[in-house]
Write a protein that binds this ligand. Structure first.
Ligand code: SF4
Length: 241
C-alpha cells in the first residue's frame, strides 16, 4: 500500500447515492486479523498527527450533496475525539444531513451512542460493516473476519449497510449473487469490493472475477443500492496523491 501520508483522502462520488468521501486515519483497527486486508496499515498512534491529517482531508468537504462518507481503514471508534468533533462541526457548517461511518462487529455496542450524538444535531448516521460473505463458516475459517453470528438479521440489528468481498477462491457466480441478495434483503445498501492482490495471503481468483464480470455485474450495475468496486480505489480515495 502507498505511504499513508501520500494517499488521496478526499473525493466526490457522483453516481449512486452521490456523496463526498474522506479517508481519515485513526489509531489503527483493533481487529487486524482479516486475512485479506492490509488497509489497517494506514494508522498512526499520534493523535495530534492524525488530527492534522484528518482536518486537512475534511477541509475539502463542500457539502454539495449534503451527504458525507467517512472511512478510516478500521472503525469509527479508532478516530480521536478531536477528529470526531471536527467531523461534527463540518456537518454543521456544510449542512450535511446524512453521514456514513464504518465499524467492525466488535464495536457494535458503540453504534447507538454514535447515532444519538449525531441525531442531536439532526444528522442521520448510517453505519457500514464489512461482512464479506454471509457464509459464516467460509468467512470465519478462511477470511477470519471476527463476526460471531451466522444470522444476517442479528448483524442488521446494529448496522445499516454491508460490504462484501468477491472474486476470491471458493466463490461462484451463484454464491456471490446469493450474498448480494441477502445483503439487499437486510441492509439499505450493499458495497461489493472485488479482491485486489495485496501483501496478505488471500488472493484474487481470476476465474471467479471473470464469472463476476460476466454473470453478476450485469445484474446489479444499474441497481442504485449496490456499489460495485472493481478496484479498491474506485471511490477515488486511497490511491497515491
Ligand atoms: S478488513 Fe477492516 S476489520 Fe478487517 S483487518 Fe482490515 S480494517 Fe480491520
Amino acid at each position: 500500500m502507498p505511504e499513508t501520508n501520500e494517499m488521496i483522502r478526499y473525493s466526490v462520488i457522483t453516481v449512486k447515492n452521490p456523496r463526498e468521501i474522506v479517508l481519515l486515519r485513526g489509531r489503527g483497527c483493533e481487529w487486524r486479523k482479516c486475512r485479506f486486508c492490509d488497509y489497517h496499515l494506514d494508522f498512526c498512534k499520534e493523535e495530534s498527527e492524525n488530527f492534522r491529517l484528518n482536518s486537512e482531508a475534511l477541509s475539502h468537504v463542500t457539502g454539495e450533496y449534503h451527504r458525507l462518507e467517512v472511512i478510516n481503514s478500521g472503525s469509527f471508534t479508532d478516530l480521536d475525539e478531536s477528529t470526531m468533533k471536527r467531523i461534527m462541526d463540518v456537518c454543521d457548517e456544510k449542512e450535511i444531513g446524512e453521514i456514513h461511518f464504518e465499524c467492525h462487529w466488535m464495536h457494535r455496542e458503540s453504534v447507538p451512542a454514535l447515532r444519538a450524538q449525531f441525531a442531536e444535531k439532526g444528522i442521520h448516521v448510517n453505519v457500514k460493516i464489512g461482512v464479506e460473505t454471509f457464509d459464516s463458516l467460509f468467512r470465519e475459517s478462511y477470511l477470519v473476519k471476527g463476526i460471531d453470528t451466522d444470522q444476517p438479521s442479528e448483524i442488521a440489528r446494529y448496522f445499516d449497510e454491508v460490504c462484501l468481498l468477491q472474486g476470491i477462491p471458493g466463490q461462484s457466480a451463484s454464491s456471490m449473487e446469493k450474498d448480494i441478495e441477502t445483503g439487499l434483503s437486510y441492509f439499505s445498501r450493499v458495497c461489493v469490493n472485488i479482491m485486489v492482490a495485496n501483501s496478505m495471503p488471500v488472493k484474487p481468483d481470476p476465474r471467479v472475477i471473470a464469472e463476476f464480470q460476466k454473470i453478476v455485474l450485469p445484474k446489479y450495475e444499474a441497481n442504485e443500492r449496490v456499489d460495485l468496486l472493481m478496484e479498491n480505489t474506485d471511490f477515488g480515495v486511497g490511491g497515491i496523491a
